[in-house]
Design a protein around this ligand. Structure first.
Ligand code: GLA
Length: 412
């Protein structure tokens, strides 16, 4: 059985719907964003190291550049909500909080760019951001120009305090002004998260590089599972909209924070890799423990997530509440693709043994496949499509396998 998305891909070429043509986000965007970890801490007197301020972003830019994240592909440093002053300036332009960003946003963007990183910022399509700061409604063109002048490379445009009716048109208008600036700006939309499955997803593909589909991630395994269950329930519909230049976004990686165990962190990385989701970390990079950093920096997982085909994986089966996704990736030999196969246990009781054969996923290369166990690498093993592959999986644990048709060279 051919993977359904692969079949669609082969039939229709790169994409089924014409997409935003800014040439950006050809693979899922990777970076760091402050929201899940640092929220709206604005009290710099009591929390000088954690408050939303230029020091925080400079410190994170340093860590991204110096600790291997940028090299691994995490290139966007994105400011989320709570950076703004409560009022626009006398000429009606957006301005940052003067105490927390005394040098202004342009100087911060310059600092970030000097590190070789790209710079992202948050705003909201409505009258106010979700945190209550000025939104862009009524100022779209001015704000697009301000962002371009500041050197913004990525805009997350939220949807609080806005009528859901007509949102697609409003986001399209802002996208037009962004394009008119001539500066390449990745455009992250939120109207699908506010409109649910009633959102015009075809418009999202045309307007946006990525879009939040669902509620906010919180710092717990339960939150990760509820988001993933929603994506799984709707995968048949949602997956058709994802591809190079336009991605579904299940929200940030919370690996290294308080809520996920080591096993659960491998599981989140496995699922975000399999779903071709943006890899946007939200963790204190100054204090992250090395074993969590290693998960975020796992080269094979990142390569699978960033596979140029850009085909989102689909849940192929559940085995005793262990979810199993498959995702076609490069390299291919003749018409045989490589695959990533991700297993994540949603069980809460005991580990169980998994036994699968590759032919049960429709893989049929006569010479077999070499196996790479991404988070627990061993010497390469070659299997035929009927050989049983067995392993134990812990409750809430994950196993990510890469299977390459024999004769292929690993795609770099
Ligand atoms: C919404 C978004 C979050 C974050 C906050 C900021 O809830 O979904 O990702 O940006 O607003 O207030």
């Amino acid at each position: 059985m051919l993977h359904p998305i692969l079949a669609l891909f082969l039939l229709c070429g790169l994409s089924t719907v014409s997409s935003l043509d800014n040439g950006l986000a050809l693979t899922p965007p990777m970076g760091w964003m402050h929201w899940e970890r640092f929220r709206c801490i604005i009290d710099c007197d009591n929390y000088p190291d954690d408050c939303i301020s230029e020091q925080l972003f400079r410190a994170m830019a340093d860590r991204l550049a110096e600790d291997g994240y940028l090299e691994a592909g995490y290139e966007y440093l994105i400011i989320d909500d709570c950076w703004l002053a409560t009022e626009r300036d006398s000429e009606g332009r957006l301005q940052p909080d003067p105490d927390r960003f005394p040098n202004g946003i342009k100087a911060l963007a310059d600092y970030v760019h000097d590190k070789g990183l790209k710079f992202g910022i948050y705003e909201d399509y409505g009258t106010n951001t979700c945190g209550g700061y000025p939104g862009i409604l009524g100022h779209l063109e001015t704000d697009a120009n301000t962002f371009a002048e500041w050197g913004v490379d990525y805009l997350k445009l939220d949807g609080c305090y806005a009528a859901t009716e007509g949102m697609e048109e409003g986001y399209a208008e802002m996208g037009m002004y962004l394009n008119q600036t001539g500066r390449p700006i990745v455009y992250s939309c939120s109207f699908p998260a506010y409109k649910g499955l009633d959102a015009n997803y075809t418009a999202a593909v045309e307007i946006c590089n990525l879009w939040r589909n669902y509620g906010d991630i919180q710092d717990s395994w339960g939150s990760v599972k509820s988001i993933v269950n929603w994506f799984v329930d709707n995968q048949g519909y949602l997956s058709q909209f994802a591809g190079p230049g336009h991605w579904n976004d299940p929200d940030m990686l919370i690996i290294g924070d308080y809520g996920l165990s080591y096993d659960e962190s491998i599981s989140q990385m496995t699922m975000w890799t399999m779903m071709a989701s943006p890899l946007i970390m939200s963790v204190d990079l100054r204090t992250i423990e090395p074993e969590f950093r290693d998960i975020l920096l796992n080269k094979d997982a990142i390569r699978i997530n960033q596979d140029p085909l850009g085909i989102p994986g689909l849940l192929a089966k559940k085995i005793n509440n262990v979810y199993v996704w498959t995702k076609p990736i490069l390299p291919q030999v003749g018409d045989k693709y490589s695959y990533a196969i991700g297993f994540v246990s949603f069980r809460e009781d005991n580990p169980i043994q998994i036994e699968v054969t590759l032919d049960s996923f429709g893989l049929d290369n006569a010479d077999g496949y070499t196996l790479n166990n991404v988070f627990d690498p061993t010497d390469p093993v070659t299997v035929s499509v009927t050989d049983p592959i067995t392993f134990f999986i812990d409750p809430s644990g994950g196993v990510l396998l890469e299977v390459n048709p024999v004769g292929s060279k690993k795609f770099q």
